[in-house]
Design a protein around this ligand. Structure first.
Ligand code: CA
Ligand code: CA
Length: 139
């Protein structure tokens, strides 16, 4: 897997390849990466621009999930960064960019347990079985 100077996967097949959230995370981990963790607004913009440049204006998986405990959003490295639904709050000092006041709404009969970055750059929780592009980040 190729990475740019910021450590993000830049292989065109990675950002074009469509798979489920968990399969994407396994693919990243097998190569010493993980699904991308977004730590601030600058990184959010950088990763959004990278995908738009390489693949187009698609939504894509990032490394956030509440698969373990509903409403406890963790990065794929295990760190808790958000508690609650749309009216929840970030963990102290940590970044989140959910669609304001709307997400994460755990819609779709409560199956929305992983996050995508939308084509506008904000985040939505979605069903993890959907096939989408993804970005890995080097460990
Ligand atoms: Ca959920
Ligand atoms: Ca949602």
């Amino acid at each position: 897997m190729h990475a740019d100077s910021n450590g993000y996967s830049t292989d065109v097949p990675r950002v074009h390849h469509l798979t489920s959230w968990e399969a994407a995370e396994i693919i990243c981990r097998d190569q010493g990466f993980h699904l991308v963790r977004i730590d601030d607004a600058a990184e959010n913009a950088t990763v959004r621009a990278l995908v738009t440049q390489l693949a187009g204006n698609y939504e894509f998986y990032i490394g956030a999930s509440d698969l373990a405990v509903e409403g406890s959003w963790r990065w794929s490295d295990g760190e808790l960064f958000w508690l609650g639904g749309p009216a929840g709050a970030p963990a102290p000092g940590l970044y989140a960019n959910w669609i304001a006041g709307v997400e994460p709404n755990n819609f779709d009969v409560g199956t929305e347990d992983v996050a995508v970055m939308t084509n506008a750059g904000d985040w939505n929780d979605v069903n993890p079985s959907g096939v989408r592009p993804y970005v890995c980040e080097r460990n």
